[in-house]
Write a protein of this length. Structure first.
Length: 43
């Protein structure tokens, strides 16, 4: 939700696969509400 993302400067990626984690790092468009998206950094 918007409120949760406002309190979190980034999202942490942890799939259990270090190679996949590395591929998922960067900026992603995340659904925050119906028809609403926010771009967040994944580390």
């Amino acid at each position: 939700t918007r409120g949760k993302l406002a309190k979190t400067p980034f999202l942490r990626v942890d799939t259990g696969d270090p190679e996949l984690d590395e591929k998922l790092k960067g900026y992603w468009k995340v659904v925050t509400d119906y028809g609403e998206y926010t771009v967040v950094k994944c580390i």
